[in-house]
Design a protein. Structure first.
Length: 441
């Protein structure tokens, strides 16, 4: 898996702040400095200087390194692309937008330190992040305390909904990806459709894994299925490096299928261990969004006769079927020579909503963004897919209803959206392809 080097291109001020916190890599980045990995880039000093500290400043808190790096780098690349697009059409509230990017390292401690820096040193109004639910959990209370809107393009734990309902975030939390209270039932529906009656689970022991496990078990049992290890769930330490015991326990008793809720690096090691022990033979493996990376089949490895061990695995991932997807795909292709990766549309939409909400509020503050983000994402209002068109209409005093690349992104009172899910599989060639869609009933 690619690794991002230390931020060699950082300006001295940013480097010093990052060094003092000692937990995250940061960079001030603006449109012309957008790098493919989105985590480290050379500042475009003309735009940063033009903002004079009074223009809209946003941050990103996404994994350029760590367990989710292979997906996080794609997500992080979407954020500066929005900033570039917005600044090319006049910026927000008459000034350019500036961006400070932080690598959360797929680690809650680094994420908390990064969020602290973004809120108190860089004084951003909004942050796109994080991907891992455990990192967002560590960051969101810091964001809320400092009146910074944190909008996640990938944290799917149902815990955020529960806390939002209690008022824990004071309106400073949202996400452009649906919670696993939807994806769990969607995967249960897929398992039922495939005829699986007895399923075992093995999950990463954090908010994401345990929350998904709970949602899946409830939904699968309602459909008449049995979770064979419900009373003795297998949950692995996110910091673990060996998984022989966990793999053997999850596949014990030869269930029809095993649901794995993993992150890429640890999940690949676990699947390799299951193969090497011979326990996975004849058992369907089902995975989730945290494993949908083009790199994972190669990381799991091949059999002695050269076949990919991961061949035939199926899984779900929040789909992207928004009205703005075609335009984003064309832009991404022209800028990067490829289609946008997993969760890049959700990251694009999260960034777009930050700038649109700031324009609607006519102020570059977290309070202003929090007060308008639901308004610009939902009806009534003129439907727009183009962020620049949306900014223009808002400048004219009109209401808008942003239609995203990932979906309609109608953010509700808990900061949630509802989505569809793609069903994906790994082919014999090790390539991942989408084969169907599924929605929870």
């Amino acid at each position: 898996m690619q690794r991002i080097s230390a931020a060699l291109s950082l300006g001295l001020a940013t480097f010093t702040a990052g060094f003092l916190l000692a937990a995250c890599e940061t960079s001030n980045t603006t449109p012309n400095g957008a790098a493919n990995n989105g985590a480290t880039s050379t500042p475009a000093t003309d735009t940063t200087a033009a903002s004079g500290g009074s223009g809209l400043k946003i941050g990103s808190l996404l994994p350029a390194t760590g367990d989710l790096a292979s997906i996080g780098q794609q997500m992080a690349a979407a954020v500066p692309l929005v900033v570039e697009t917005v600044n090319a059409c006049g910026g927000v509230n008459g000034q350019p937008v500036s961006l400070v990017a932080v690598d959360d390292q797929t680690d809650p401690k680094a994420g908390a330190a990064g969020m602290t820096k973004l809120a108190t040193v860089d004084k951003v109004a909004g942050v796109v992040g994080s991907f891992a639910s455990s990192v967002s959990t560590a960051a969101v209370s810091i964001a809320a305390q400092n009146k910074v809107l944190l909008i996640s393009p990938g944290s799917t734990s149902p815990v955020f909904t529960e806390k939002a309902q209690k008022g824990d975030f004071n309106g400073f939390w949202a996400r452009t990806v649906p919670p696993d209270s939807y994806q769990g039932p969607a995967l249960a529906e897929l398992a039922n459709k495939k005829g699986f009656k007895r399923v075992s689970t093995i999950v990463i022991n954090n908010d994401y894994g345990v929350g998904f496990e709970k949602a899946f078990v409830q939904a699968f049992e309602k459909l008449g299925g049995t979770v064979v290890n419900k009373n003795n769930p297998v949950r692995y330490d996110p910091k673990a490096t060996t998984f022989e015991t966990e793999a053997a326990a999850a596949f014990a008793g030869k269930p029809d299928a095993v649901l794995g809720v993993f992150y890429v690096e640890t999940g690949s090691l676990l699947l390799k261990s299951a193969y090497q022990q011979g326990v996975a033979q004849g058992v369907q493996i089902m995975l989730t969004d945290g494993m949908k990376s083009d790199e994972f089949p190669a990381q799991v490895g091949k059999t002695a006769d050269g076949k990919f061990i991961a061949s035939g695995i199926i899984g779900t991932v929040p789909g992207s079927d928004g009205k703005g997807l075609e335009a984003l795909t064309k832009l991404w292709q022209s800028k990067k020579g490829s289609a946008p990766g997993e969760f890049a549309p959700q990251a694009w939409d999260a960034t777009a909503l930050l700038v649109l909400a700031a324009q609607a509020a006519k102020e570059n503050t977290g309070v202003g963004i929090a007060g308008k983000i639901r308004e610009v994402s939902s009806a009534p209002g003129v439907e727009v897919t183009d962020v620049c068109e949306g900014l223009k209409l808002l400048q004219e005093g009109k209401d808008i209803n942003y239609q995203g690349a990932s979906g309609n992104v109608d953010i509700d009172a808990n900061g949630d959206v509802v989505g569809v899910y793609d069903v994906w599989t790994v082919g014999d060639d090790g390539k991942i392809k989408t084969i169907d869609k599924v929605t929870p009933k």
